[in-house]
Design a protein around this ligand. Sequence first.
Ligand code: ADP
Ligand code: GLC
Length: 493
Amino acid sequence: MRVLEVASEATPFAKTGGLADVAGALPAALGRLGCDVTLVIPAYREAFAKGLSLEPTGIEFEVPIGTRRSAARILRCRRPESPATVLLVANDDYYDRPSLYGGAEDFPDNAERYIFFSRAAIELACRLEKPFDILHCHDWQTGLVPAYQKLLFADTPAVANARTVMTIHNMAYQGLFWHWDMLLTGLHWRHFNWQQMEFYNQLNLLKTGIVFADAVSTVSPTYAREIQQGPGGCGLEGLLASRADVLTGIVNGIDTQAWDPGSDPHIPRPYGESDFEQGKYAARVALAARLGHAAPDSRPLVAFVGRLVNQKGVELVIELLGRMAGGGRAHFVILGTGSPPYEDALRRVAAAFPGTIDLVLGFDEGLAHLVQAAADVTLVPSLFEPCGLTQLYALRYGSIPLVRATGGLVDTVVDTDPDTLRDGTASGFVFQGFDALALEHALVRALDAHADRELWRGLVRRGMRQDWSWDSSAREYLRLFERTCAVPPARVD
Ligand code: ADP
Ligand code: GLC
């Protein structure tokens, strides 16, 4: 099976969130199952700064963008640890910028940047030696690929027989742009209708992908159900329900090499199940030093690592800190970056409790690993969460996830109660309602459990033993690809 993975970010090249982790690891996992995989991503400035060897391929072509043409130069990166080929689309006007999508405001030309990228990906597929069976697209940035394949490349042998799979990582980001950006796509205005590319007078790139793809997937079974209704579907619930026959939920795996407490270069002392207490203590000492403390304090360490946006339940964390930090039962570490009002509110609450709350505003991959290694409890109180990787990293690093019952968090964390302790399925703490009191109650339960050393050790060890590696998720993707290839492509007029 030849698979082209198309994504707007992938580790180790460029990352803003979990999509990069998935796009970075899935190609290698599919490769291990015998697929011949090529990953294509934009060649951002960040990718050049990583010290990876990016070689020219000699493939260069022009991509039509409205009435103009923009040049795409294709680079290749060989990575000994991955069997997948990685190709990067370089165009410095679009991608040589200080961030991937913009800062507090998105870049004003993001429509053009990703229309170009989607068109370049499919043009590139046409220039490679063998045809692909599957074009696997991730999120709105690649939503035009299925439309291009069906509408503009239906007679191009290299891609005409491929099936397209659109994977949704987050319904909250749909790539909505003003209608005149339709001109940049090169597609006929007749597709700008409410059943295809239009959403209330705007161009919607994720919707386009969902409409034109042969199969649609999202990153957990619970989220696959949630998005077929409001509010989870963010306005596209009707469309998603109409595609229920081809909509699957596959929980993400984690890269167990990059996230391995037994060999992680970001932590001071590697550890496993048998010596996690020593390993985590060493991580706490290192974290305390990094945060400017003379020594770690002895209270349980409660962590939050994530984007500071409304999806992640940041307001609950802020309220929780205000309510609990004075009580002295735990030490808190917050690592995140995002919306300025959340950053300001966190700064204020952290300043009020200097010995109890450590706040790091920024994106720091190594520190994220160290925090997970040091933490006893990792908070993921999301309003919604398509899959979530943070709770899976927490489990592997022996930090107990405390999550809200939504999306992929439901599919990956089992609440601790007498029954789940007895049958050995307990793996974390789960609360239902989106409010700070419910979060606080769950944290109090977790801290009470932490005080029972034997119970806690059992929880930690079982969590560390769980297998969230890509192997089984990649097998599910492969089955999805095989199913999709077995039926004729969806017809589009
Ligand atoms: P999302 O993709 O919605 O942000 P996930 O839980 O799927 O959520 O993935 C988040 C990823 O981004 C994880 O790898 C997490 O460690 C990382 N991450 C988020 N914020 C930061 C940060 N400030 N510094 C370092 N890593 C971060
Ligand atoms: C999105 C989601 C997150 C998911 C990630 C990778 O960013 O918000 O829940 O884990 O994509 O699929």
